[in-house]
Design a protein around this ligand. Structure first.
Ligand code: ZN
Length: 97
């Protein structure tokens, strides 16, 4: 799988997990779907393409502040829970410290 596809998949999984625990609905709610779509667009448009660095370490910071705050919260919650559930999707590098 290509790196960008893997990132998109990872972000989706994390948002699903976050939404299930925090918003208590089945499947991502409208807000979380919006966030997922936004993240997906940003990843797709990343000028680094397949060479894309970890978003947390990127120099561009293409997320707008509001979305960035939301995605960070998702990462903080879902990150540690993802690594054992989906160990192959190394997530930590995404927005990690
Ligand atoms: Zn939600």
């Amino acid at each position: 799988m290509k790196r960008l596809e893997r990132e998109v998949r990872t972000v989706r999984l994390m948002i699903d997990l976050y939404c299930r625990r925090h918003h208590g609905v089945k499947g991502p709610c409208a807000n979380c779907r919006e966030l997922a779509a936004y993240a997906e667009r940003r990843i797709g448009k990343c000028p680094f393409g397949e060479e894309k660095p970890a978003c947390g370490r990127c120099t561009i910071h293409c997320y707008k502040p509001e979305m960035k705050a939301r995605i960070r919260e998702v990462m903080r919650f879902a990150g540690p829970r993802m690594t054992w559930r989906h160990p192959l999707l190394a997530v930590r590098h995404l927005f990690g410290r």
